[in-house]
Design a protein around this ligand. Structure first.
Ligand code: NDP
Ligand code: 8X3
Length: 255
C-alpha cells in the first residue's frame, strides 16, 4: 500500500493544478487529476513519476464529482489531500458593463463546485481523522481592483469558507489552508480574455510574475509540515507586484 492517500487535484490540466500534481507525485503521492480537456490532462499524466488516475469532466457537474469521490474513497489508500484549484476569471469590465453569464460561470466554478466537492470529501477525511484541504484563493479575495468585481468576490468567499471550515473541523485533525497567489503566468489571462493571447501576454510584460511551480512549492510545503501545524492562509505576490494608492474622484474646478 502507498504511504500516502490520494491527492485529488481539480484543474490539473494546466497552470497551478498541473504543477501541483507533478510536485506531489514527485514526493510520493498518488494523484487524481480532474479537468475537462482530456488531451491536456493526459499530457500532464505522462510526466508524472508515480501512480495516477484521470477523471475527465466538469467540476460544475455534481454527479461527476460524486463519481470521482466514490472512486477514490473506495480505494485502500483513501483521500489525503484535496486541492480545490479549478477556477477562472472571465472579463475585466467594470460591473455595470460585465456579462451576467460570465459572473454565473465564475460563481458556479469558483464557489459552488468547490463547496460541493469539499462537502463530498469531508466526511471521509473526518472519519480518517486526517487530511488536508488546500483551497486556491487569490489576492483578489483580499484586495479590490477595477474589473475584479465578481472574480474577487468568489475568492473572498473561498477565504472565508476556508476559515469557517477550520472552525467546523476543530479537533478532527483535518487541516485547511487557503493559498492566495498574485500575478502568476499560466493560462489564467488567456481564459480571462477569452483566447486573446496578445492581451494576455501584456499582463505579464516587463515583470517577472510568479510561476505555477512557485505555487506548487507552497502547496507542497503546507502539506508536508508536521500534522500539528496548520497554515491557515498564505498570500504570495511576485516581487514586481505590490499595492496601489486608493483613488479619489475629484471635481474638476475648471469645469
Ligand atoms: P489555468 O487557466 O492555467 O488553469 C485552470 C484550470 O482549471 C485548468 O486546468 C482548467 O481545466 C480547470 N477548470 C476550469 N474550469 C473548470 C471546470 N468547469 N471543470 C473542470 N476544470 C476546470 O489557470 P491557473 O492555474 O492560474 O488557475 C488555477 C486557480 O488559481 C484558479 O482557481 C485561479 O482563480 C487561481 N489563481 C490564479 C492566479 C493567476 O494569476 N494565474 C492567481 C491567483 C489565483 P480545463 O479547462 O481542462 O477544464
Ligand atoms: C488572480 C490574481 O490579481 O489577476 O487571481 O486577480 S489577479
Amino acid at each position: 500500500m502507498n504511504q500516502h492517500g490520494w491527492a485529488l487535484i481539480t484543474g490539473a490540466s494546466s497552470g497551478f493544478g498541473a504543477a501541483i500534481a507533478k510536485r506531489l507525485s514527485s514526493s510520493g503521492w498518488p494523484v487524481a487529476l480532474v479537468a475537462r480537456r482530456e488531451v491536456k490532462l493526459a499530457e500532464v499524466a505522462r510526466q508524472l513519476p508515480g501512480p495516477y488516475q484521470m477523471f475527465v469532466g466538469d467540476v460544475r457537474d455534481h454527479d461527476f464529482l460524486q463519481t470521482v469521490v466514490e472512486a477514490l474513497t473506495s480505494t485502500e489508500e483513501g483521500i489525503d489531500v484535496l486541492v480545490n484549484n479549478a477556477g477562472l476569471a472571465l472579463g475585466l469590465e467594470p460591473a455595470p458593463k460585465a456579462s451576467l453569464k460570465d459572473w454565473d460561470t465564475m460563481i458556479d466554478t469558483n464557489i459552488k463546485a468547490l463547496v460541493r466537492l469539499t462537502r463530498l470529501v469531508l466526511p471521509h477525511l473526518v472519519s480518517q481523522r486526517r487530511g488536508h484541504i488546500i483551497n486556491i484563493g487569490s489576492i483578489a479575495g483580499n484586495w479590490p481592483y477595477p474589473g475584479g468585481n465578481v472574480y474577487g468576490a468568489t475568492k473572498a468567499f473561498v477565504k472565508q469558507f476556508s476559515n469557517n471550515l477550520r472552525a467546523d473541523l476543530h479537533g478532527t485533525g483535518v487541516r485547511v489552508t487557503n493559498i492566495e497567489p498574485g500575478l502568476a503566468e499560466t493560462e489564467f489571462s488567456i481564459v480571462r480574455f477569452k483566447g486573446d493571447r496578445s492581451k494576455a501576454k501584456q499582463v505579464y510584460a516587463g515583470c517577472e510574475p510568479l510561476t505555477a511551480e512557485d505555487i506548487a512549492e507552497t502547496v507542497h510545503w503546507a502539506v508536508t509540515l508536521p500534522p500539528h501545524v496548520n497554515i491557515n492562509s498564505i498570500e504570495i505576490m511576485p516581487t514586481c507586484q505590490s499595492f496601489g494608492p486608493l483613488p479619489v474622484a475629484r471635481e474638476d474646478k475648471n469645469a
